[in-house]
Design a protein around this ligand. Sequence first.
Ligand code: NAP
Length: 288
Amino acid sequence: MAGRIIDGKQIAQVLRDSIQEEVMFLKDKGITPGLAVVLVGDNQASETYVRMKQKACENVGMHSILIHYPATVSETELLAKLHELNQDTSIHGILVQLPLPDNISEIKVIETIVPEKDVDGFHPINIGRMMTGQDAFLPCTPYGIIKMLEHENIDLEGKHVVVIGRSNIVGKPVGQLLLNKNATVTYCHSRTKDLASVTRSADILVAAVGKAKFITEEYIKPGAVVIDVGMNRDEQDKLCGDVDFEGVRNMTKAITPVPGGVGPMTITMLLFNTVKSAANVLDSSYSL
Ligand code: NAP
């Protein structure tokens, strides 16, 4: 039987409705949640992501500004702008779209944003708080995956989760969040030996590899839940994930599609983090 499709778009909409309500509540109290997006250069994919993020802000009634620099901007000028945004009381979240040109240090940029406005959840303070299970801004894609699994009532406790990928923005934090939920987590990466034998023991498989349709039947345990984080282009230049969706769906219990799976959840959690930051100003807590 074909695995159930986990509809990220629909789950994201449910969460966005709740976020919109919180935005109205905060506006009533005189606070309009504000996001500043900083874009450097003219990378087309980055421009598209930024547009989608701003549109999503607008749709839930939030305020957003875009600061767009040419690729030639100096690191000093960029850091000065971040210091200014750190002080700006109309801005509750600051996001610098990655990647940045080689002459600008991503680490310096991330560490310049105050942790209280780090709605991407990349600052070492937020990462440390996440690792120790404290309240933190959680990185949006991993957090979106957790919310999606919760929404689908997929039990995590004691389950073997295999994460393929160990990037700082997806692989490592998603594994950590799943560990925090009492899953037993195994990380795989490009040096993992006999990858398929490891992934075939996964009750839940998270693919964050960045290789189109890389995960085929031989990597899946029958009845597994498969979360596809990948965003790639296939031979026809169509958006596709890391998983061969059509090839493996029949073996799975549930699977996320691409597009329409993890992607919409990522932007939703950015909205959530920004609203949570705005609520913090009032000393009120907000959770989804
Ligand atoms: P990344 O930094 O390139 O990391 C890829 C990971 O995959 C690395 O840890 C790498 O191992 C591992 N890997 C590569 N080839 C492998 C192989 N043959 N066998 C096993 N592991 C292998 O990518 P990322 O930023 O984590 O992103 C992963 C994918 O998710 C990309 O397609 C990206 O576009 C997508 N993404 C989607 C969203 C969303 O909202 N849907 C958000 C972020 C990213 P090593 O560490 O050993 O090199």
